[in-house]
Design a protein. Structure first.
Ligand code: PLP
Length: 390
């Protein structure tokens, strides 16, 4: 498609240059070790994290495991900015989303599900399985309207769900403002921080987040398979009123097992992934959250500046209190190409980016800068993008 597009352009010289280089790059980048992952998760994992996973198995009912778990929970508390309890689940981000909703929702409870992308929709679909959903949906990529949220809250609700960083559209939703409103109206605030925690500023306690959650394979730069949740006292009180709790994702069971004498998980944890998480969290500690957030912000701003210079439009339709994501940028595919074409052509050149999901498929492409992505990775990605789009 790229070749066809260039061919039809008036610039014959560009076409000839592209044709001579294209197959050669394709061959070079067949080597997987050479591939640069610039997608919004899974992200590249540091060699020391991979090495940590090859350590021998240990008894998960032992001090050796408890020390790892405690260490992870302590560092995560700094990442989340919370004094709430934190648990690590052996399951991806969606498991944590389901644990959050499933543990506080009785069948008659009203849950306001804010949706402006794929993962807001997922929260809505999970909530439908447990209670009565009150959707507050916007075009994917549009900003949410806090006035409309307040109107819904006035009618009463058990909880509000929000995706802080909507990975599918590259929009950063106003978590602090939603938390303030939820508190004012006595609703629990459940926040998906899957692609913000560990890369962008999140203040769980200050923003009144009752349950916050993160996935391992995003800004924490750990392989996929784990998630972590923080749970407030108010959320635990709501759990005491539940008619029925999930079994494997019972957060009260996680709390009981985590307490001083035990310091463990209720069921067998994915031990190699805990080794990896501990190592990855130490990388975060060594960098420092402030520097890490700054790096993510600078890199996302660089991507935006570069695509703007190429005449490409960002997807998010920003309104008051909403921002561009600092961990993933979503752009509209320029006329004549689809997001999937761009993704395919980039992949052939050794850079893996993402297309659009679901209803945004073909319409957009996304570049992630989560975890330990370095400025040179941004430069290479942008340079390849420029070549692909020429
Ligand atoms: N929430 C957000 C914002 C995400 O980006 C993702 C995955 O991309 C999820 C939830 C689901 O996480 P997982 O695929 O780890 O289950």
């Amino acid at each position: 498609v790229y070749i066809k597009q260039v061919k039809s352009s008036t610039n014959r010289k560009t076409y000839l240059t592209a044709r001579s280089f294209y197959p050669r790059f394709q061959a070079i980048y067949m080597n997987l070790e050479d591939t640069l992952l610039m997608m919004p998760g899974p992200v590249p994992v540091a060699p020391r994290v991979l090495r940590a996973m090859s350590k021998p198995m240990i008894n998960h009912r032992s001090n050796a495991f408890s020390d790892i778990y405690d260490d992870c929970r302590q560092i995560l508390a700094d990442v989340f900015n919370t004094k709430n309890d934190i648990f690590v689940l052996s399951g991806s981000g969606t498991a944590a989303m389901e644990a959050a909703v499933g543990c506080i929702t009785n069948p008659e409870d009203r849950i306001i599900a804010l949706e402006n992308g794929k993962f807001g929709e997922r929260f809505k679909n999970i909530a439908k399985r447990y209670g009565k959903v009150e959707p507050l949906a916007y075009e994917w990529g549009d900003s949410i309207d806090l006035g409309q949220l307040e109107e819904k809250l006035e009618e009463g609700a058990k909880a509000v769900t929000l995706v802080h960083n909507e990975t599918s559209t590259g929009i950063l939703n106003p978590a602090k403002e939603v938390g303030k409103l939820a508190k004012e109206y006595g609703a629990l605030f459940i926040m998906d921080g899957v692609t913000s925690l560990g890369g962008d500023l999140v203040k769980v306690d200050e923003w009144n987040v009752d349950i916050a959650l993160v996935g391992s394979q995003k800004c924490l730069a750990t392989p996929p398979g784990l998630s972590a949740v923080s749970v407030s006292k108010k959320a635990f009180e709501a759990m005491d009123e539940m008619e029925r709790m999930p079994y494997y994702l019972d957060l009260k069971a996680y709390k009981k097992s985590s307490e001083k004498t035990l310091r463990e998980t209720p069921y067998t944890p994915a031990i190699p992934l805990f080794y990896a998480l501990q190592e990855a969290l130490h990388i975060i500690k060594e960098e420092g959250m402030e520097a890490r957030i700054k790096r993510h912000c600078t890199e996302a701003a660089a991507v935006r500046a570069a695509v703007e210079a190429m005449g490409i439009e960002m997807l998010p339709n920003l309104k008051e209190h909403s921002h561009y994501s600092n961990t993933v940028s979503a752009m509209k595919a320029p006329e004549g190409v689809t997001g999937n074409d761009i993704k395919k052509d980039m992949q052939a050149r050794g850079v893996v980016i993402a297309g659009g999901q679901d209803r945004l498929s073909g319409k957009i492409f996304r570049i992630g800068n989560m975890g330990n992505v370095q400025p040179k990775d941004i430069l290479l990605t942008v340079a390849e993008l420029e070549i692909v789009l020429k």
